[in-house]
Design a protein around this ligand. Structure first.
Ligand code: XMP
Length: 527
């Protein structure tokens, strides 16, 4: 933490040039496919489904993967690919919709399946060459489809079948084109990694030499080229996403970076000081701190409805940020630490074919309002990839492994009205929760841990006196991707210690509860 700020440097070139393109037909899993490819040490990019064959050639990929998608290939307006991509001589793997499309283009029939198939299925594998090398004759796969390939021409060889899907995998006899009706990218297909690895190595001939450090170097080079002599503003939140974004930019453009930290009064105990210390230890960039506690408390006064709280906080944040950004006159770009889950939960790429799942938090209208060009270097990555990237960039472990904290901060953990007094109670209780989890060496073993203040009083007895005070909930979850989560089985003595300390040390609290709900159906935050 106390190492001197690194000098502004230019990282070496020389990254692996093996790459795979994923053509996105609107699958919720397109990024997961890309991630699984990266896990095999092959660089992977997601491109629009209608990329032309000539454009594909410019990327010089080793192979193409056609993703799944929510449409039916025979529907009007269903997303299609340029049929000439099959004439490039490149290996192609179609997954679900991608397989159906490849078969349709190359002489197969796609129809609504007699029985829709969602979930686990037993798959009989007939051929153990290429894709299925090392896969036993019977294996579990994950299906999620209403349509399937009902017939293929003699040009195709069926490779596998399930009970309700007789053509669950195919290979073209002449072209290096393969199709899988099941999803190899999800963990419910236990040998999916083997199948993908076989495609990458045996079919595409990849060596698997790409590393996350290559991504850092490539991204830094691209950022430097894109920004030129311009100035970039980056919002800091104290979280790993914005820190990694700032670190990439700092490596790319050094003194042309300006960072803004809005202290909205909704931060955790001592957080502003910690962010400042981390920042000054690691960067020599321009930093603007906006002290806006009063403004946020004013706008939240009397508001109890969660979405209204979020709306007001978002609005106040934009105003603060805007005012400060206008003091940085030559800024042209705005950098955000948007990750892939933020993008997909917000309805994926605005021009893409994916279905919207829910509207999320981080992808706001700020750049449009300010007329900035948006820079989102982490947009394709998952949280754990961002953490590994942070380590590659020499960010301190404490920052890299910090649990996520929501943009609206303690306001969405202070149920009911948000006042300074209630925030102070919550802050103290939260600090105890986190410090006890750290003391028990559980911080790295849990994904997110915090306190919630309920708008509920209950009766207690302290000394000889009756009390009527607040209830605090401890929330602690384990999750890989924050889209689903389970409550952490914390040891009783750790829970006991947290409870005792909160009740003894935080004035105004006489009851502590532990939240034992998973997500879904609950969410991680209480609001
Ligand atoms: P939920 O509560 O939806 O949270 O299960 C999933 C993850 O997202 C974080 N979260 C937010 N982050 N703005 C943010 O920047 C928000 O409004 C917000 N709401 C939830 C939450 O902390 C968890 O990590």
């Amino acid at each position: 933490m106390s190492s001197p700020a690194p000098a502004f440097d230019s990282r070496p070139q020389g990254v692996s040039d093996e790459r795979i393109l994923v053509l996105d037909f609107g699958s919720q899993y397109a990024q997961l496919i890309a991630r699984r490819v990266r896990e095999q040490h092959v660089y992977c990019e997601i491109v629009r489904h209608d990329i032309t064959a000539a454009q594909v050639r410019q990327h010089q990929p080793c192979g193409l993967i056609l993703s799944g998608g929510p449409s039916s290939v025979y529907e009007q307006g269903a997303p299609k690919c340029d049929p000439r991509i099959f004439e490039l001589g490149l290996p192609v793997l179609g997954i679900c919709y991608g397989m159906q499309l490849a078969c349709e283009v190359l002489g197969g029939n796609v129809a609504s399946a007699p029985a829709r198939e969602y979930g686990r299925a037993r798959c009989q594998v007939r051929s153990h060459d290429d894709l299925f090398a090392g896969v036993p004759a019977e294996t579990d796969v994950w299906m999620s489809h209403g349509d399937q390939v009902s017939r293929v021409s003699d040009e195709f060889e069926p490779l596998a079948a399930t009970r309700s899907c007789p053509i669950a995998a195919v290979r073209h006899r002449r072209l290096p084109v393969f199709g899988l009706q099941f999803h190899p990218e999800v963990t419910h297909t236990p040998l999916g990694g083997t199948v993908l690895r076989n495609f990458l190595t045996s079919v595409c001939g990849c060596q698997g030499t790409w590393k996350l450090g290559d991504f850092a170097r490539q991204t830094i080079d691209q950022l430097r080229e894109r920004v030129g002599s311009g100035r970039v503003i980056c919002g800091l939140s104290g979280g790993v996403d914005s820190a990694v974004t700032a670190a990439l930019l700092y490596r790319a453009i050094g003194p042309q970076l300006s960072c803004i930290l809005v202290d909205n009064g909704l931060l955790r105990k001592d957080e502003q000081a910690a962010v400042l210390a981390e920042f000054t230890n690691h960067f020599r960039a321009d930093l603007h701190v906006v002290h806006a506690e009063e403004r946020f408390l004013r706008t939240l006064a009397g508001i109890t409805e969660p979405q209204e709280k979020r709306r007001r906080i978002g609005h106040a944040f934009i105003e603060c940020f805007k005012e400060e950004a206008l003091r940085i006159p030559d800024a042209r770009f705005l950098a955000q630490g948007t990750l892939y889950p933020d993008v997909i939960e917000s309805g994926a790429a605005p021009d893409g074919p994916a279905a919207t799942i829910k509207l999320h938090h981080n992808v706001g209208g700020l750049p449009d309002q300010l007329g900035f060009e948006l820079i989102e270097p982490l947009r394709d990555l998952f949280k754990d990839e961002v953490r590994r990237l942070g380590l590659e960039l020499d960010l301190p472990e404490e920052l890299v492994w910090r649990h996520p904290f929501p943009g609206p901060g303690l306001a969405v953990r202070c149920l009911g009205e948000v006042t300074r007094e209630r925030l102070d109670i919550l802050r103290e209780a939260d600090a105890i929760v986190v410090s006890e989890i750290r003391s028990a060496d559980l911080y790295r073993l849990t994904s997110q841990v915090f306190a919630v203040l309920l708008p509920v009083q209950s009766v207690g007895v302290m000394g000889d006196n009756r009390t009527y005070e607040n209830a605090v909930v401890i929330r602690c979850v384990n999750t890989d991707d924050f889209m689903t989560a389970d409550w952490s089985r914390l040891p009783y003595d750790v829970l006991a210690q947290i409870s005792t300390r909160i009740i003894n040390e935080v004035r105004g609290v006489n009851r502590v509860c532990y939240d034992i709900s998973s997500k879904p159906p609950a969410t991680i935050e209480w609001e």
